[in-house]
Design a protein around this ligand. Sequence first.
Ligand code: NOJ
Ligand code: CA
Length: 590
Amino acid sequence: MTDGVLAGVGAPRSTAEPRSTAEPEGRSRSGFDPDVQWWRGAVIYQVYVRSFADGNGDGIGDLAGVRTRLQYLADLGVDAIWFTPWYVSPLADGGYDVADYRAIDPSFGSLDEAETLISEARNLGIGTIVDIVPNHVSDQHPWFQAALASKPGSPERARFWFHPGRGKDGDEMPNGWVSNFSGPAWTRTQNPDGTPGEWYLHLFSAHQPDLNWSHPDVRAEHEAVLRFWFDRGVAGVRIDSAMLLMKDPALPEIPAAPGPGEHPNTDRDELHEIYRRWRAVADSYSGARILVGELWLPDIERFAKYLRPDELHTAFNFDFLARPWDAASLKDSIDSTLAAHAPVGAPATWLLSNHDVTRPVTRYGQEDSSFAFATRRAGVPTDLELGRKRARAAALLCAALPGSLYIYQGEELGLDEVQDLPADQLQDPMYLRSGGTDPGRDGCRVPLPWAGSRPPFGFSPAGATGESWLRQPSRWAELTVEAQQRDPHSMLSLYRTMLRIRRSDPDLGDGQLQWLPSSDSVLAFARGERFICVTNLSRAPIELPAGCSVLLASSELTADLLPPDATAWLHPERLQTQDRTLRCPTEGGE
Ligand code: NOJ
Ligand code: CA
């Protein structure tokens, strides 16, 4: 740092306090109501209910457990909680196989308890987002059971994709589509007399039959389900597999390179009409009730079409999460994301993890950090120390970008992917259907460590005898909430300070970003006139721009330099963006 005005250097934990702890005008401190724009810059925390906190001691997370930890989330500083599906379900896919969209699974609690939870969260200024799963139901759902009990061509079967097989005895699948969990996307039924019958489509496991979204019952039912939850005060819904609902009724094979809108089961143009209707439902409620799409789409222009003003409010930005730890690649993702969102007026979202992808501490600790799923990660050497350093830097980078921010439970504790779970505990259909060649997603779903020195680390109440449904590694003793809140250097302390600054700084959250000149391996940008974020992705320490004080840094500064794999948040005393180049001294001798 060239002119010595940085405060708190060398001690990131004791960096300058945020400039103001007062609530800025225009951003609600209290969840989703009454500020209708709350979602544009919100911090949303994802609770994977089974693994968050166990209230009754059976080793499975539940709503009672969440209620005891609401204050923790309020102290962390989140605006809303997104709950992964909590409905009645055989849990063949962790609850993404719903048997009743209007009732809570008994292992999690009851509808009364969900209502209490929604209002308790609301009283703490936290909105609730529920997960709607419209593409498929559980094979135990009454509609599917009725369809199985009915004849080919019956109205009951018309709500799904039943189809005769090809070949002489109909024993070949109707087409060659492959399930997202590997293996065929079709399963053959049995007739009441035991003979083989029609096939049904399931883009995920055989326990998740796909609904036919051309059928009016399917549309009406989901609009009613939206109303059911909005009537209970939820702030929004996350829409599972939002790009898959519509299928080409001719069920053609998938072309090698389908043009825009030409894929037979993904991103079909007819989807937009569905979401326009959903938006009208959401807009008929007071306050902003938001629709958040889970849209895995490589074409960012097509992605942005779902965010037009009369469709979804936001959608998960998976592109950023899947990029390697590389300045050019991350910058490209940031630029293309912001450029695609601008014309439709929607804010971007930023996330580093969720319940489907490898934990960032593990991902960034591997040489190829570019691919998010666990599929290619088994047995790959991992440097957890490096990964944790980068995950800290990535957290500050993401939280400084324009838009809303998602945090997956345990990310704030720096949990790593558990890659050595015993095979008899693994439950993910990705693992089971691949015959074990895909490690699946259980490793990022291990119950949270709250306190104490031994599993279950306070996940279940004291005195509970059973194990948690997935076993926690003993090394997590250092990562419990209890241990981390005592440690000002911990990941939890970093997240708390980060969110406190973000909340109190009117330049953060929704708004504009301005890139600052920097070396190629450094990302540096300003938010407004009073905030700069610098991430060093080079291999050498860098000087920070002159005339700034450090608000927060992900690693300790040494001799006033920002080390590699670190991010600093700065407060410029004098912002001179035109003539300041952030230098990486060992690179090219700048
Ligand atoms: C996306 C969800 O995030 C994932 O966990 C689930 O397996 C699939 N959709 C199918 O519902
Ligand atoms: Ca329980």
